[in-house]
Design a protein around this ligand. Structure first.
Ligand code: UD1
Length: 422
């Protein structure tokens, strides 16, 4: 078991480079299965979830090579010519929910796919009914038995799909299945997240005909086959947001390079409302804060609303705000596990259902806390850096699933954070 030991309080000051986005690279990697040609992906973050996706691709028959770089991001080459298996092993499926993304591409390429049910996770139940409904509408026959899902088709056909909710994963899965379907597919009430636009760009680079990503209507004209592609992954907007909040929370000044300021506008607006100074450059963003943050209310929403993946970090900031904040989580059912850990650090938080009321205290105190999910874990680390005294953050493997070199980057900004094994 790995843990971080953090001595606080410290101000985060300096410059940090955001890595390629985890949530963008995973569907892009899954999409490589759609072609028989080599794909080269740049700025791939070196993360647990990326290794698991590489392992899955290899199990299916792809050759995968990850070339590490110490500065500008890593590159990944996927040669999917020999995709022979249609089965994602249960062991790998269990390690990463996003393996569900392989359903669309495998169905399109091989006409069948078998995966195990991804189940719930620490942030609440995460059904896949919208994914399955979309694939059925495209012509897949799907059976669910003893924890497994088997989907088969004798040919996918374009159709019109209206999503009940703009699910990111369902939109991506349906887009990937539709690119090789016969005819045109229209997805209404599609998710509008930047990761959807990213997937559209990658699919189109392979020769697909996808339009409309970034709006709630996506149109996919099926093509017979796809070619090779080379692609650079967009910067991770949640990592960017995490460092932005880190600067505000510690009263520091952080410049984040390699970012797309437009992707974090909801975070920028809220940090400004909380009193921080946020300066946007072309591909940089600088956050500076001197005073205690002002209390602000937050409601998580699909993009371009405030991202649920930034809710724990903003809660950390509100723990020390001047006044009382109300945080409403509308995307996931039980995404407040971090609140209990913040309380161990002296925060005053009351949660009821999807609402958390945070009464700001002047400062937090170091404590031993447990991480139960990725973003909640990152928020606890930020709180530990701002808190008086020593914090021990247990179970950091959740954090390392999604943040590349998190401790190293934070040390570079002046945090006293060490990794240790127990
Ligand atoms: C993606 C992100 C995750 C982020 C989330 C919401 C990736 C790899 N992960 O997850 O970091 O927190 O978007 O921005 O990109 N839902 C259903 N049925 C479905 C699918 C989803 O009811 O078939 C519900 C979910 O339970 C949840 C909501 O829709 O309440 C949003 O989920 P979704 O947008 O699908 O999130 P993910 O794609 O899983």
């Amino acid at each position: 078991m790995e843990r971080y030991i953090i001595a606080g309080p410290r101000k985060l000051v300096g410059k940090v480079r955001a890595s390629g986005a985890k949530n963008a690279v995973l569907p892009v990697m899954a999409a490589t299965v759609l072609t028989r040609h080599c794909c080269i992906i740049h700025d791939v973050p070196y993360l647990k979830d990326v290794y698991v996706m590489s392992d899955i691709l290899q199990t299916l028959g792809c050759a995968v090579e990850l070339m590490k770089s110490s500065t500008e991001g890593n590159s990944l080459i996927v040669d999917p010519i020999r995709v022979v298996s249609h089965e994602v092993p249960e062991e790998l499926m269990r390690q990463m929910r996003s393996s569900i993304f392989l359903m669309g591409p495998l169905l399109a390429r091989l006409g069948r796919v078998k995966v195990s049910y991804p189940g719930g996770c620490a942030i609440g139940p995460r059904p896949i009914d919208l994914h399955l409904r979309g694939l059925r509408a495209l012509g897949a026959t799907i059976t669910e038995r003893a924890g497994y899902i088997v989907a088969e088709t004798d040919g996918l056909r374009g159709c019109e799909i209206h999503l009940d909710f703009p699910s990111v994963g369902a939109t991506e899965n349906i887009m990937m299945a539709a690119v090789l379907a016969k005819g045109t597919t229209i997805i209404r009430n599609a998710a509008k997240e930047p990761e959807i636009t990213e997937l559209q760009n990658f699919l189109n680079a392979m020769g697909a005909k996808v339009k409309g990503a970034g709006t709630d209507l996506i149109r996919v004209e099926g093509v017979d086959e796809l070619g090779p592609a080379e692609h650079t992954v967009i910067p991770d907007r949640i990592e960017v947001g995490t460092f932005m909040v880190g600067a505000a929370l510690t009263g520091g000044c952080v410049e984040i390079i390699n970012c797309i300021p437009e992707h974090v506008q909801a975070v920028t607006a809220k940090l400004r409302e909380a009193g921080a100074k946020v300066t946007e450059g072309k591909s940089t963003i600088t956050v500076e804060a001197n005073d205690r943050p002002l209390a602000i209310d937050i409601k998580t929403l699909p993009y371009p609303g405030f991202p649920t993946d930034m809710q724990p970090q903003i809660m950390a900031l509100m723990c020390i705000a001047n006044g009382t904040s109300v945080i409403t989580e509308t995307i996931f059912e039980s995404r407040f596990k971090h609140a209990e850990e913040f309380r161990r650090m002296g925060a005053k938080i009351r949660t009821e259902g999807r609402v958390a009321v945070v009464k700001g205290v002047p400062s937090l105190s170091g404590a031993s806390v447990e991480v139960s999910d990725l973003r909640g874990g990152a928020a606890l680390v930020l709180a530990g850096i701002a808190a008086e005294g020593v914090s021990v953050i247990e179970d950091i493997h959740h954090i390392e699933r999604g943040y590349e070199k998190f401790d190293e980057k934070l040390r570079g900004l002046g945090a006293a954070i060490e990794r240790s094994s127990r």
